[in-house]
Write a protein that binds this ligand. Structure first.
Ligand code: AMP
Length: 214
């Protein structure tokens, strides 16, 4: 089964995709994570996209579609995947549709996490992760029990994403409303769109998503 999670930056796509990955045995495919890996590895793609990502703009469809096409051909995707952060434009949605048709695959559910923008700025600018195990924290909502020490692995080094500052978050929200929001109608017309309240608690959102996915 293949699932698409839609919603603005900070709506919880990544957090929820990780939970669904565990519960349903689907592989999380995050284009943001793929791009950050390219940047960290200083690949040709990484060099090309770094500035665009840091300014909050979208990377070109050509680069993104090529990354996804290669990834979904890998063996771990054969039992299903959950797309987190893709598609983000109508062009990407069309490319995905052709790609899946060619492979005789389909999308079972497109789920939109509905949230309000202003809360997303607070959510994103406060978040940080443990360098050691990747556990996520927040300055206000989810602090480590002991300041500076990861609850999960005891690590003491943490990072914030380069694009999680307020100015870039606002650009990312503009990009979402201008370029990504139109695909909600696109999937609505196909009759496979469902909405979940992304302002509810993390556990409540997970429970609702599990119910929708079935
Ligand atoms: P994310 O981790 O999903 O918040 O993505 C971080 C950044 O990566 C975005 O602001 C874009 O610059 C870039 N990006 C990730 N996914 C896509 C995509 N599907 N299309 C274009 N740019 C993307």
């Amino acid at each position: 089964m293949n699932v698409i999670l839609l919603g603005p930056p900070g709506c919880g796509k990544g957090t929820q995709a990780k939970r669904i990955e565990k519960a349903k045995g689907l592989v999380q495919l995050s284009t943001g994570d793929m791009l950050r890996r390219e940047i960290a590895d200083e690949t040709e793609i990484g060099v090309q996209v770094k500035e665009t990502m840091n300014s909050g703009q979208l990377v070109s469809d050509k680069i993104i579609v090529a990354l996804i096409a290669k990834r979904i051909d890998e063996p771990d995707c054969k039992d299903g995947f959950i797309l987190d952060g893709f598609p983000r434009t109508l062009g990407q949605a069309d490319a995905l549709s052709s790609m899946l048709k060619e492979k005789n695959l389909e999308v079972a559910n497109v789920i939109e996490l509905k949230v309000d923008d202003e809360s997303m700025v607070t959510r994103i600018t406060g978040r940080f992760t443990c360098d050691e195990c990747g556990a996520g924290y927040h300055d206000e909502f989810s602090k480590p029990r002991e300041p500076g020490v990861c609850d999960i692995c005891g690590g003491n080094r943490f990072s914030r994403r380069a694009d999680d500052n307020e100015e870039t978050v606002r650009s990312r929200l503009v990009a979402y409303h201008e370029q990504t929001a139109p695909i909600i109608a696109y999937y609505g017309e196909k009759g496979i769109l469902r909405s979940v309240d992304g302002m509810a608690s993390i556990d409540k959102v997970t429970a609702e998503l599990n119910e929708v996915i079935g």
